[in-house]
Write a protein that binds this ligand. Sequence first.
Ligand SMILES: [Zn+2]
Length: 278
Amino acid sequence: MIIFETTNFLLKKIRFDAKRYLQSFGRKQLAYVLFLAVLLLYYLFGHVLEYSDKRLPETTVVMEQYGQRLEMNLSSKQTDTIVVLKEREHLLTAIEERIVAYLYQMPDYSYMTSLEVYLKYRPELLQQFPSAVPLEKGDYVLSSQYGIRTHPISLKTKKHFGIDLAAPLGKTVYATASGIVSEVIYSSNGYGNHIIIKHRFGFESLYGHLNKILVRKGQKIQQHELIATVGNSGNSTGYHLHYETVKNESKIDPIPSLNLKRNVYAELIEQNNNNHGE
Ligand SMILES: [Zn+2]
């Protein structure tokens, strides 16, 4: 009862105060509030734009500028090393910020080519989005591409939203990036037994027609971690892994992502060998 009365009293007081406040609201205050609202909208809109692909060209230009400065810095023969090292550190951070913005903004892997040259400065970012093959080398054959195809069962023309990697029963399946398991589904149709992993930058990966699933929903996964084995569950005509990549809720072609990490590291190793050879 006491609680009820107190609440009632407080509500009345708030109502009264609000009324009085609104009455005393002058034009000056109104202009001020409107100004604040516009400022807030401007801030929110800017933030949304930061993560939209409309900003991609801008991000690319800034990244290129930092990249050129970094190349100059790296080849510098200056004796004042502290200044050079400080600048290098600053440029690497600036480049990382641009790479991160670019990864959020890009709609699919076809935009990756402009980014690939800069990833060698921050190769650890490759762990956080699909950049590898989900099966072991020699275990699989690419049996179906992403895109329009005739479905092997229904014989209807349909878009294939992933790629098929034919592999024998029980071959091990690995996460193509670190992330969190968002779905573990056991089913006898569609994708069959399948896993979805959520990664950074709006990426997701899906592994379908599995035999055994070795992870559970909500589990934190590292890149290249063993997650399942190849099977033939669901709507499938033979042992294979159906692999999908999703970016900002849209299914995208995973093909350019498969050798991404390998290519960047191959370049790093080559660079390293050259430097030691000097
Ligand atoms: Zn498939």
